[in-house]
Design a protein around this ligand. Structure first.
Ligand code: BGC
Length: 746
């Protein structure tokens, strides 16, 4: 049974009655309490509610009452607040006080593509569609807060949780997170943007003490959070586990008060990551409003009925009563939580939502198809030609369910179409026979937190036997499609641990080399949320990066393989050739870090580093091919100068010069000729995805204002733009600039 919020329903009826005049010809007079009056302002409601609450009720409101809920005030009809993971779908119900499954039969959902896949669409409309769809599912499941999306920057390819984030670039993740939040929250479900901030690796996420220069903090790690707050209007933020400059972020004042509230004007609630709070006094003074998951590891372990012992529970109450801690700080927290409850649980205007609708499956498939990145396609091997007779599919990831596992984003889905199922169904339409062989054995487990896939992936043959079989079968096939990559088990793409290396695990490299030697029509399709090393890259003609695509994974993959969808995804992070090419590992550093840790590369994260050091990546940030080709004309500026505080337009004609319709992501990078602080060679400051019929030309227009030219001067604590020459670089990838234009900032 889903929760029925009687207060909300009554308020809604009342509000409707007042404004429709249905109670009589005169508008009825509302004489209920202000905090329940949907027509009163948010502040009036909050102040009225808080004025009626006892100290005990206020304290109860700032900590959890169960694994995923906090209490309202039952006496006053103030609703409870129900949270749910995660960014890719609505988590199955767990028991009130345990991580075990509640065993409901009506909590299966649609799994949407992982956020890396969403970022790879470089399409704001896909982000809006994602937010709308997942918001409807959250709403139907009666959730008030969705614990996501995540926008931690992709600093290292070893971070086990990169698949839940939006890549290495602050501009791309900022632009992509905003529509997600706006559409999600239209359902009366709050985004809880995580993990604020600097949670860039997993293994020691509870004890790493990150330090970095302020310029890197402001230019690289904060912009997506800032956009989430100021443009997305996020109603909540999750403070991260790690420490920053010696303080736990969940109890700090620097990030969660000074920056979030004072600089950005955030008026929502800061929710701790599960088990992220470590003290009463600091947390009482700090910016955190709501404590969750104390005495748990945030994932699977949890002390029983510990809620009264939370740092913001009985110990807090005691110190408030004795006057050791001020009630004013508590009131600030309660106001923030009340605002969140009124915006969500007590929102009388919210829609009803929907679960597992056809529209949601269609959204998952569309986003997935647009997110797939065609990394390489020699001799136009793809799409699969209609006259093919036989396809051989090889690899565990062609059959393994990927919606179970990976940590708190693990789901219980109504259905998941595997790559093999998707390929088989599509190939059948063209009368193509599909054969499958295993190729390698990876992770045969199939359960997470009590959700089991029911798949039996056990295999007793040796690696050599599996390779021999794959090679034998590959010989007569028109195409060989190898589906491999990582999976959601520990030390791969999984929360709570990091990868050991950049290499593909198990015997995949050997399988790929053997297949490449056996059949020249080899396609490698990688399922992962991270970059992997590709020692075989020269010997494989076609390579696809296909992420974790959720319920419709197989359909979305088949759409691209068979050319029903022309690939248009672009990489949201750089693929390095070797680990030491990537900035976090340049000096041979490995993951993971316990205790104090300084981000030495500063602002040179991702392509900024590769540009600076002149390192050739395996595949560059922004790279992604299509089944058609695009030509760029000369970029034209609306003016050769920009005034301080002004703006200018740059227009670039783009033509689809191939034979099929397709979409191109036109990327705009800014390069500053000279500045008093060192700057990256170029920085992404605009992108537009444009759909073009074969032969069609479109003028793609960007409007740029002074903010696109600024850098953060940490000494002044200010964003600065310096007069002088700037060049706009426009192209198809960060390493494929097609045209440029220069102007002067006066
Ligand atoms: C994760 C969060 C998640 C929370 C609740 C934590 O372990 O870091 O992202 O939302 O658990 O499941």
């Amino acid at each position: 049974m889903y929760r029925l919020n009687l207060t909300a329903i009554l308020s809604a009826i009342l509000a409707a009655a007042i404004f429709s005049g249905c109670c009589g010809s005169q508008a009825a007079h509302y004489d209920g309490p202000v905090y329940l009056n949907p027509q009163a302002s948010l502040d009036e409601r909050v102040e009225d509610a808080i004025s009626r609450m006892t100290l005990e009720e206020k304290v109860a409101m700032v900590h959890a009452q169960s694994k995923f809920s906090s209490p309202g005030v039952a006496r006053l009809g103030i609703s409870e607040l129900w949270c749910t993971d995660g960014p890719h779908g609505i988590r199955p119900e767990v028991l009130w006080d345990e991580w075990e499954q509640a065993g409901w039969t009506n909590d299966s959902v649609v799994a949407y593509p992982a956020l890396t896949a969403l970022a790879a669409t470089w399409n704001r409309d896909m982000s809006a569609l994602y937010g709308k769809s997942i918001g409807e599912e959250a709403r139907y499941r009666e959730k008030d807060v969705l614990l996501g999306p995540g926008v931690n920057i992709y600093r290292t390819p070893l971070n086990g949780r990169n698949f839940e984030y939006m890549g290495e670039d602050p501009y791309l993740s900022a632009r992509m997170v905003v529509p997600y939040i706006q559409e999600l929250q239209k359902n009366g479900v709050a985004a809880c943007v995580k993990h604020f901030a600097l949670n860039n690796e997993e293994a020691y996420r509870h004890t790493i003490d990150v330090d970095l220069d302020d310029r890197a903090l402001y230019e690289i790690y904060l912009p997506a959070f800032k956009a989430a707050v100021q443009e997305g209007g996020a109603w909540s933020i999750m403070s991260s586990y790690n420490l920053y400059k010696g303080s736990w972020v969940c109890s700090d004042t620097l990030l969660t008060k000074k920056i979030l509230r004072d600089e950005w004007g955030f008026d929502g609630a800061v929710i701790s990551d599960w088990g992220g709070v470590h003290s009463t006094d600091e947390t009482a003074h700090g910016g955190l409003d709501l404590e969750f998951g104390t005495w748990t590891d945030g994932l699977t372990m949890g002390a029983t009925k510990a809620y009264d012992n939370y740092y913001l529970a009985a110990p807090y109450l005691k110190k408030l009563r004795s006057g050791e801690l001020p009630v004013a700080d508590l009131d600030t927290k309660v106001r923030n939580v009340l605002r969140l409850i009124i915006r969500t649980a007590m929102n009388t205007g919210k829609p009803f939502g929907a679960l597992c609708s056809e529209a949601h499956y269609a959204a998952a498939r569309r986003i997935g198809g647009e997110g797939i990145v065609l990394l390489k396609n020699d001799s136009a091997l793809l799409p699969v030609k209609k006259d093919a007779k036989r396809i051989l599919v090889v690899g565990e990831n062609a059959v393994k369910m990927m919606t179970v596992g990976g940590g708190s984003s693990s789901l219980k889905v109504e259905r998941e179409i595997s790559p093999l199922e998707g390929i088989r169904a599509r190939a059948a339409k063209d009368g193509i026979e599909v054969k499958y062989v295993r190729g390698y054995v990876g992770d045969v487990g199939g359960s997470y937190n009590g959700v089991t896939t029911g798949q039996d992936l056990s295999e007793s043959r040796s690696a050599a036997e599996l390779i021999a079989e794959a090679v034998r079968e590959a010989a007569g096939a028109d195409y060989v499609i190898f589906v491999g990559g990582l999976n959601k088990s520990d030390h791969q793409d999984c929360e709570g641990a990091d990868r050991y290396s950049l290499s593909l695990p198990y015997s995949q490299n050997e399988v790929i080399e053997a297949l490449a030697a056996a059949n020249e029509n080899l396609i490698v399709s990688l399922v992962s949320g991270n970059a992997v090393a590709m020692p075989w890259v020269e010997r494989v003609p076609s390579i696809l990066q296909t992420w974790y695509l959720g319920s419709e994974a197989g359909e979305a993959l088949a759409d691209v393989l068979f050319g029903d969808v022309n690939p248009s995804g672009k990489l949201p992070f750089t693929f390095p050739k070797r680990l030491t090419d990537s900035p976090a590992h340049a000096e041979g550093d490995s993951l993971s870090h316990n205790g104090k840790y300084f981000y030495k590369e500063g602002i040179y994260v991702g392509y900024r580093w590769f540009d600076e050091k002149d390192i050739e990546p395996l595949f560059a940030f922004g790279h992604g091919l299509s089944y058609t080709t695009f030509e760029y004309g000369q970029a034209r500026l609306s003016s050769s100068a920009m005034k301080k505080g002004g703006s200018l337009k740059v227009t670039v004609p783009v033509t689809n010069t191939g034979a099929v319709p397709g979409a191109e992501v036109v990327q705009l990078y800014v390069s500053d000729a000279e500045s008093y602080l060192p700057r990256p060679k170029k920085e992404l400051k605009g992108f537009e995805k444009v759909y073009l019929e074969a032969g069609e030309t479109a003028n793609v227009v960007f409007t740029l204002d002074e903010s696109a030219l600024k850098f953060f001067d940490a000494d002044l604590h200010e964003w600065v733009s310096e007069p002088g020459e700037f060049t706009l670089l426009l192209g198809s990838a960060s390493d494929d600039i097609r045209t440029c234009a220069s102007f002067t900032l006066k």
